[in-house]
Every structure is written in structure tokens, then in C-alpha cells.
Design a protein around this ligand. Structure first.
Ligand code: ATP
Ligand code: MG
Length: 144
């Protein structure tokens, strides 16, 4: 069992991606399938950037055992008012600054949904909790 936790700072484009880089480093030191590793890394990156650009800040947790990898991204708001809309490809509330940093295509959440085995997104005005699960071996995946 591996468990890690990372602070994610809002609007800090310099540090954005730091948690995901460490998760990638951690996974590289294991023998997990490279395709699974890529899926975990891109989902993690998308979720981390969302906390950086859309939230007031938060944290991520990474847990891995023999059967699964679980990522949690928890932030302090302002939350997602319409989750169904947020899940729509191309929908984004990103700012000009976000766009100039290469974010805001409105593809992050739909991509996470596509590449993860399970995705649970809950949100209210006090914050957002995104849980992403990947199964190691066994359960087949038809996402991509
Ligand atoms: N943690 C969050 N807190 C508040 N709003 C969020 C959060 N994550 C996503 N959203 C909302 O959901 C929308 C869609 O998110 P999604 O990741 O799909 O696209 P994006 O971040 O705007 O662009 P991209 O991910 O392609 O760079 C965002 O524009 C934002 O309005
Ligand atoms: Mg995004």
C-alpha cells in the first residue's frame, strides 16, 4: 500500500502539475502496465489543473494497493453549479489567463471520465470532491 498527499495551490501556474509529477515518479518505480500509468497520469494532471485554475485551493491524495489506484482531489470551492454541464465536452469557464497558459478547452473532466475506470464527482458551494479509480489488472477497460 502506497499513500501520499499533496497540497494544491490556487492560481499558481508555476507549481501546477507538481502533484501529478510525483505520482508519475511513484508509478514509474512500480511495475504497473505503461498504458495504465499513462491513463493515471493524464487523469491526475487534468484534475490537478482544475483545482489550480478553478478552485480556491485544495489537496490531492494518491493511494495504491495490489488491486487499484485511487486519486482524490478535494478543494475549498467555489464548486461546480451544474455538474452535467461541466462534464460536457467543450464547456469551460476558464479565463483569458487560463487560456494563455494553455488551459480551458473544456476537455479535462470528459477525458477523466473516458480514461478512468470509475469517476465520482461531487460538488457544492463549499467545494468539489473528485474521486478517480483505476483497477490494476482484471477489470477490462473500454475507454479509449
Ligand atoms: N475543481 C473545480 N472547481 C470548480 N469548478 C470546476 C472544477 N473543476 C472543473 N470545474 C468547472 O468545470 C468546467 C469544465 O472542466 P474541464 O476540466 O472539463 O474543462 P476546463 O478545465 O475548463 O478546460 P481544460 O480541462 O480542457 O483545460 C470548468 O471550466 C469549470 O467551470
Ligand atoms: Mg480542466
Amino acid at each position: 500500500m502506497v499513500a501520499k498527499e499533496y497540497q494544491i495551490i490556487a492560481k499558481n501556474y508555476e507549481l501546477a502539475g507538481r502533484a501529478s509529477s510525483d505520482i508519475k515518479r511513484t508509478l514509474k518505480s512500480t511495475d504497473i502496465d505503461r498504458n495504465l500509468m499513462k491513463r493515471v497520469c493524464s487523469a491526475s494532471y487534468e484534475a490537478e489543473i482544475n483545482v489550480v485554475i478553478h478552485s480556491f485551493g485544495g489537496f490531492a491524495t494518491f493511494q495504491m494497493d495490489e488491486t487499484k489506484i485511487v486519486l482524490n482531489f478535494i478543494d475549498d470551492g467555489p464548486g461546480i453549479s451544474n455538474i452535467e454541464l461541466a462534464m460536457t465536452e467543450g464547456f469551460s469557464t476558464a479565463t483569458e489567463l487560463d487560456h494563455s497558459n494553455g488551459f480551458g478547452a473544456g476537455m479535462g473532466l470528459p477525458n477523466i471520465k473516458r480514461i478512468a475506470d470509475e469517476m465520482d464527482l461531487r460538488s457544492d458551494i463549499y467545494g468539489t470532491h473528485l474521486k478517480i479509480t483505476f483497477y490494476i489488472g482484471g477489470v477490462s477497460h473500454d475507454g479509449q
